[in-house]
Design a protein around this ligand. Structure first.
Ligand SMILES: NC(=O)c1ccc[n+]([C@@H]2O[C@H](COP(=O)([O-])OP(=O)(O)OC[C@H]3O[C@@H](n4cnc5c(N)ncnc54)[C@H](OP(=O)(O)O)[C@@H]3O)[C@@H](O)[C@H]2O)c1
Length: 319
């Protein structure tokens, strides 16, 4: 089994660069400062996607990794989601014949000659996952990609993909507000020795009071936000007792779920990054973990924090 941990030092936490943009000079410098602060703090796992800011996120990562920083970083890139100029998701392209082209553009924007972890952002119900992964495995053979990942798929798809080429990581939403992966995906990944990259730890900002900021994706409804914020208050009581912030509590909870889980910090600002990093110093006992999970009972979570978008033949399919 391929184990990226043997090849490059991987941090316990990762930096998610989805929200980074270079819309203004100050956004741009805040993003680069955040990536540098992450590397300085030993966070080596840097997560981006070619569609994050339609390439802007990759360009910022490339800028921040100039020089000796490159070898410190384990760069993870997702591809495939198509956007329209008005910022809405327009489709998905994970056809085997187009992947090399997307990789070429990513390498240019990142100013790199290889990507550590390359993965389809979603799968297409009309394209066997084996074909998509097979095309990426050709890029591994050619030296442009070191490891293959996959994102937001079920246990069956993960197993099929892993049979074609070892999958190093599955990227999945995992938070106190969405523990679905515990049922099938986490056990399947563990059986195969696949690591988990967990996103949405702060329920996309619900736990940090930044919900909906800089997001073009429809998330919880207004009514569900109100209901869920009362659960966040129950978490806040525990955090106050422990003299930590709610984000630190949420990240500490995710870290305690297993050493094979890399929770992503989706920060654009050095201050929120540094606050979340302090979760590495928080020790939670088994009874703390039970208390935290009981504060957010799964049957009391209203709605879902992130839309389950499915794609078929390149187009969005509505359930
Ligand atoms: N595979 C997928 O389908 C997928 C989907 C979504 C996201 N992702 C990945 O996961 C990463 C994280 O996702 P996300 O950004 O939606 O969710 P998130 O991590 O749940 O929330 C991010 C928000 O939390 C804020 N924040 C972080 N730490 C904080 C702190 N200590 N105090 C206060 N605010 C804090 C950020 O603020 P600031 O921005 O102001 O710093 C941002 O608004 C993304 O960057 C991306 O790499 C993957």
């Amino acid at each position: 089994m391929e184990n990226p941990k043997n090849k490059k030092e991987l941090s316990r936490l990762g930096l998610g660069c989805m929200r980074m943009s270079n819309a203004t000079d100050s956004d741009r410098s805040a993003s680069i400062a955040t990536i540098h602060a992450a590397l300085d703090a030993g966070i080596t796992f840097i997560n981006t996607g070619d569609f994050y800011g339609s390439g802007q996120s990759e360009m910022l990562v490339g800028e921040a990794l100039k020089g000796s920083n490159r070898e410190k970083a384990f760069v993870s890139v997702k591809f495939g989601v198509l956007f329209s100029p008005n910022g809405t998701i327009d489709g998905l392209d994970v056809r085997p014949q187009t992947i090399k082209n997307y990789l070429t553009y990513s390498l240019k924007r990142l100013n790199l000659d290889y990507i550590d972890l390359y993965q389809p952002a979603r799968i297409d119900l009309d394209i066997p996952v084996e074909e998509t992964i097979g095309a990426i495995s050709d890029l591994v053979k050619a030296g442009y990609v070191k490891h293959i990942g996959i994102s937001q798929v079920g246990a069956d798809t993960l197993q099929k993909a892993h049979a074609v080429h070892p999958i190093s990581f599955i990227e999945s939403e995992y938070s106190l507000f969405n523990r679905n992966i515990e049922k099938q995906i986490l056990p399947a990944a563990r059986q195969l020795g696949v690591g988990i990259v967990a996103f949405g730890i702060l329920a996309h900002g619900l736990l940090s009071g930044t919900y909906g900021n800089n997001s073009r994706i429809p998330l919880f409804s207004k009514e569900n936000i109100e209901k869920n914020l009362s659960l966040v208050e129950a978490l806040r009581e525990i955090a106050v007792e422990k003299q930590i912030t709610v984000p630190q509590l949420a990240f500490a909870w995710a870290l305690a779920k297993g050493e094979d889980i890399i929770p992503l910090i989706g920060a654009r600002r050095v201050s929120s990054l540094q606050d979340s990093i302090k979760s590495l110093d928080v020790n939670l006992s088994e009874s703390d973990m039970r208390r935290i999970e009981n504060a957010v009972p799964e049957n009391e979570i209203a709605g879902s924090s992130f839309p389950e978008i499915r794609f078929k033949n390149g187009r969005i399919v509505h359930p």
